[in-house]
Design a protein around this ligand. Structure first.
Ligand code: CA
Length: 426
């Protein structure tokens, strides 16, 4: 069985006995079945769940897993994963004999506290968004925006897992060293150029042994699924610290992860061919395969929404400030990232996380960061209520959204990925 295969779990006609899962606009129809962790808001142990409509199915209470260890689920073989998905799909279908037994295992999503979907091991942030890399490069190097290695190497750096936080976690504006272009020496201050980064997270499933590279053909068997990921970034700290070893404190104060892992199986109907623009170099053989060319990319529509404190006080919903698409933004596929990360013998482990890098589209209004939307802070964006933003102010919250649409298939979504900026420590 192949993770890209379409099977009965993708049938768009399927309906669930969980009535809210049949709403056309919902993120969690029966065809999605994303995995996450939750607990009682009053506390207690984390439990494994699957989102269905506006409910979560407690996998332990439904007798589907022995205990609440997401790592065991991540380490399942492809056939074990597919068997669990099939059991969930059949059990949650309208008319299923499981309804009576599973009904007591449902909890409203509004009545549980959602956590990180797994304990994050090592975290690597890639840079697959070529339009982002070009636009940011142009701000620093107008004549030479894209460095020559970009079209050959999936660029990345090792980040920090301890400050990856679940959606809904607010965080303080970071302080750090800042040196303006006209200043002789740096000073310590709260960041004045706090930004978001629209990314997808790649959750590693089965690991590989140290010294044993994963081939591109095998790469997706090591990926459990995708999440939304906001890699908050302090651009003024970054500008001063990033040479020669790359970003450090400008990136590791907070990164927000959405609570649900949308599995590669669920994404099967939303694949796209991978190809290179005419004139660009073809990937080296270890980053190339027939399967990757045929369907290595994922067609995921992405949105960035901003809600300012003033909008919140006025009861106004968050406003969309950018729209993008993973397949159109990314220069490298998920399979290529796994193959590249392990080609030197590096071992991945279940629960490791990759950030994709900022997923900006090619056009205006498709940028996945304020740095690009405001052209380096020179041209603030104007919101519907007249407020302007070059970078984030205290009280601003950012919500990322992801959704897959394709004619003939049931749309699925990624759920919330939201965080709010609090004032810096005094
Ligand atoms: Ca990033």
């Amino acid at each position: 069985m192949n993770l890209q295969d379409i099977n009965e779990t993708h049938d768009p006609a399927l309906r669930s006995w969980v009535e809210s899962a049949n709403d056309e606009g919902g993120d969690f129809p029966l065809q999605n079945l994303p995995f996450g962790r939750f607990r009682d808001p009053a506390g207690g142990a984390l439990r494994l769940g699957v989102a269905i409509g506006d409910q979560v199915l407690d996998l332990q209470a439904a007798g589907l897993v022995p205990q609440g260890d997401m790592k065991q689920l991540l380490e399942c073989s492809a056939s074990e994963r597919q068997a669990l998905r099939l059991a969930l799909s059949r059990g949650l279908r309208a008319g299923s004999a499981q309804q009576a037994g599973w009904q007591p295992a449902l909890r409203p999503l509004s009545a549980v506290a959602l956590a990180l979907p797994c304990d994050i091991g090592d975290y690597t942030d890639f840079y697959v968004g070529i339009h982002h890399a070009t636009a940011v490069g142009r701000l620093f190097r107008p004549d030479n925006p894209l460095l020559p290695n970009y079209q050959w190497v999936p660029i990345g750096y090792h980040g920090r897992a301890s400050t990856i936080v679940p959606s809904g976690t607010d965080f303080r504006r970071p302080r750090g060293q800042i040196k303006g272009p006209d200043e002789a020496v740096p000073h310590l201050a709260p960041s004045q150029r706090l930004d978001l980064e629209l990314e997808l997270g790649v959750v590693v499933g089965r690991g590989n042994e140290r010294g044993e590279p994963v081939s591109i053909e095998e790469a997706e068997a090591h990926v459990f699924g995708l999440t939304l990921f906001n890699d908050w970034s302090a651009r003024d700290l970054q500008a001063w610290e990033y040479q020669p070893l790359g970003p450090f404190l400008s990136k590791n104060f907070a990164s927000t992860l959405s609570p649900w892992i949308v599995t590669l199986e669920a994404l099967a109907p939303f694949r796209r061919p991978f190809s290179r623009p005419a004139g660009d170099p073809q990937p080296l053989p270890y980053l190339s395969s027939g399967g990757n060319s045929a369907s290595g990319a994922f067609d995921i529509d992405l949105e960035v929404r901003l809600q300012t404190a003033r909008m919140r006080a006025a009861g106004n919903a968050a406003e969309t400030i950018s729209r993008s698409n993973f397949a159109e933004a990314a220069y490298w596929t998920v399979a290529q990232l796994v193959a590249h990360h392990t080609v030197n013998g590096c071992s991945l482990q279940a629960g490791d996380l990759f950030g994709s890098g900022t997923l900006s589209g090619p056009g205006a209004g498709q940028s996945g960061s304020l740095l690009e939307l405001s052209q380096g802070g020179k041209h603030p964006i104007t919101l519907a209520n007249g407020e302007q933003r070059s970078f984030l102010l205290d009280g601003d919250s950012i919500e990322l959204a992801g959704r897959c649409h394709r004619a003939g298939w049931r749309s699925i979504g990624f759920g919330p990925c939201v965080g709010q900026v609090l004032p810096a420590w005094a």
